[in-house]
Ligand binder design. Sequence first.
Ligand SMILES: Cc1cc2nc3c(=O)[nH]c(=O)nc-3n(C[C@H](O)[C@H](O)[C@H](O)COP(=O)(O)O)c2cc1C
Length: 288
Amino acid sequence: MSAHHPTVVSEAPWKADFESHLEKIGGPSAEFYLATVTPEGAPRVRTCIHRGFWAQLPENKHNELPKNPAIYQSDCPVFTNDARMEKTYHIFATGKGKGDREQSKSGTGGGGPVEAVYWVKDTMTQWRVRGKAWLVAADDVEGGTDEAQNSGTVTVKAQVGRYMRPVGDHATKNSEWSWKNEVENHFENLSPGMRGTFRNPPPGHPLSEGKGEGEELGQKVGHLADDELARKNFRVVIITPEEVERVDLSDPEKSKRWIYTLSQESGGQGGGDESKPSQEWDVTETWP
Ligand SMILES: Cc1cc2nc3c(=O)[nH]c(=O)nc-3n(C[C@H](O)[C@H](O)[C@H](O)COP(=O)(O)O)c2cc1C
């Protein structure tokens, strides 16, 4: 991994419980709800599928690609998305760079605010993860031409990098870790039919507008590296959490709620230095 970033040394205090609760609702196929904000300030919520945590690719029977070395962990939930969908535009338009629709379709970037909600009935716990979302495209995230290396790529690597904890053989295998490889592996972790949806006609557009070349429902796709159209549309979305709320309703007479907040020194609460690692979390127990 080429980008330099500050080093996070410990896991967020909520991560282990969150991860183990997610295992009870499907682990890397758990359903959750994602809220974004439109450029006009209206809320939009939709169902998505959790695909693990960034840099910790889940095992998957569909995936035969070479993997990145396991030298990073993070507290960042990941899902996949089509760049042509509205949430992509919301995430670009409400980020610091205020990206327009064309930019949102063109590659890596984003940074708009999101909230993801996960309800785990087995543990009677609701988790709400608030932070920023970043979209990563295989074609411009590393290497390639100078034009392809846009400022979105640099920002995403820096911002997500703050959350990437070196582990294991990091010192010797650092140069082998590739953002592009991680994106290609997330694509490969989907079923061939699900991969094919990235060649669908444009989501949300009227049927009367027709479809582009090669676009069709019900296609099956192999590797991302071999499919230009799917590559144009496929994004891995990484949520960089800043506030996590946990509500435990397992005892109706003694419900509990905790709010974990990334400390100001760690770039949280809007006031801190975003060049710092996402290290320190404050926790407050509140009335439920
Ligand atoms: C069970 C289920 C899982 C879904 N998973 C995802 C997902 O992981 N990513 C995604 O972008 N859309 C997913 N969708 C589709 C979204 O709910 C939504 O319809 C689509 O993303 C378009 O929304 P948007 O235009 O607001 O972006 C899923 C829908 C369902 C019902």
